[in-house]
Design a protein around this ligand. Structure first.
Ligand code: HEM
Ligand code: HEM
Length: 334
């Protein structure tokens, strides 16, 4: 049971980590499905606690080199799981400036080096019997139990009507919908709000060998509109009326181009399939009012059905390129 528990934890941690990021990547149905698997693997990790605590107690008693690192790892996993449950149930979604979701993902990220070290330092050689019928049966029982526990937790959240019952399929909570003044200001990891002087600012559009510069006054003349939901990976969503110009209207010639690289003045970039140009709005206003610096003044991208980190703010240039749209790190690193 000891080997099996550790191997099961390895598979479950890998699954939880991967499905968490898949859920972040999409703003559509795959996000929900990967979150079901995500929650199931999270509950299965918790279900293994009685067995793992025996292993851990024995290990700690032996004071093997690095046991303190194993304890730090344990604390990080516990914090991550608790924050995940606080977020999903809605018991504590926001603590001052930081959200439970940020703590959830932050603790999981900090845990990575500890997890790698733990698995290498306490490695267990794989055996043929690890895939025996008995092992697989145990796995089935564990996953079945975890699935039931997850379904029961979702049921309880609804029956006693916790805030979690109101969350979107991505797990996010509504904040300030159709009230642009209440739209929170958030940045991806290390990105910072840029203060831009509109007078000197120009938007550079490079496509099909030509380069055109747009001043803000000229962009303000467009009034294309879309109602879209900004779903932030920090754990909130907000529906707003955006206006500006559909990107395809600014692109004279994109023959042969496969993707659009959208860059902000901070160096933050995202690449989109060229076919999406007709569905990407370069917004100059939200709720009829000019954007403020926190929301991307002078112009920001509105990318319906994509999570917030695709909605590039403070856009300075857009290039049609012959690179495929997947030619980028899946998540920005700044
Ligand atoms: C939820 C994830 C995990 C937590 C919180 C955790 C925690 C711990 C702790 C606190 C110890 C005792 C201190 C020590 O010996 O360093 C330990 C021991 C150990 N862990 Fe883990 N661990 C986890 C996952 C894993 C995984 C994925 C593996 C292997 C694939 C593993 C293999 C071991 C082994 C072999 C020991 C040594 C037991 C002994 O010496 O008696 N653990 N773990
Ligand atoms: C150590 C790794 C992780 C574990 C064990 C874990 C476990 C959990 C658990 C137990 C929940 C609560 C599930 C529920 O009650 O619905 C949860 C929620 C969530 N986790 Fe993780 N998680 C991990 C890492 C991540 C990462 C790296 C991400 C994103 C990049 C992530 C994204 C989410 C999201 C979006 C939710 C909310 C789901 C919802 O409210 O429906 N998780 N996680």
């Amino acid at each position: 049971m000891k080997r099996w528990t550790n191997l099961a934890l390895l598979v479950l941690l890998g699954t939880a980590f991967t499905t968490g990021w898949v859920a972040f990547f999409y703003g559509t149905a795959p996000s929900r499905w990967s979150l079901v698997i995500h929650a199931g693997s999270g509950f299965a990790i918790v279900a293994l606690t009685p067995w793992k605590s025996v292993i851990a107690r024995n290990g700690i008693r032996r004071r093997r080199k690095g046991w303190v690192d194993s304890l730090v790892f344990t604390v990080l996993v516990v914090v991550s799981v608790l924050a995940g449950l606080l977020h999903s149930s809605g018991l504590l979604v926001q603590a001052g400036p930081i959200s439970a979701m940020e703590i959830h993902v932050g603790a999981a990220l900090v845990a990575i080096p500890f997890a790698v070290w733990h698995v290498i330092a306490r490695r267990i050689p794989l055996r043929g019997t690890d895939l025996s019928r008995r092992s697989l049966l145990r796995g089935g029982v564990l996953l079945g139990g975890a699935g039931l526990a997850y379904a029961a937790s979702e049921g309880v959240v609804r029956v006693i009507n916790l805030a979690g019952a109101q969350r979107r399929f991505t797990g996010s909570y509504a904040v300030g919908s159709l009230q642009p003044g209440q739209l929170p200001v958030t940045q991806w990891m290390f990105d910072n709000v840029a203060a831009i002087d509109a007078a000197g600012w120009r938007l550079v559009i490079a496509a099909g060998g030509s380069v055109r510069q747009w001043a803000l006054d000229d962009l303000m003349k467009f009034d294309d509109r879309v109602r879209a939901t900004l779903d932030c990976t920090g754990g909130f969503y907000s529906e707003q009326d955006w206006s500006g110009v559909w990107l395809n209207r600014l692109l004279p010639e994109t023959q042969g181009a496969l993707s659009l690289l959208v860059r902000s003045s901070t160096g933050y970039t995202r690449r989109f399939p060229i076919e999406e140009a007709a569905r990407l709005l370069l917004a100059t206003r939200v709720g009829g009012m000019a954007l403020d610096a926190g929301h991307g003044f002078p112009v920001r991208l509105v990318a319906p059905n994509r999570r917030g980190f695709w909605w590039v703010k403070w856009v300075t240039d857009i290039r049609a390129e012959q690179l495929p749209s997947w030619w980028q790190v899946p998540f920005p690193t700044q």
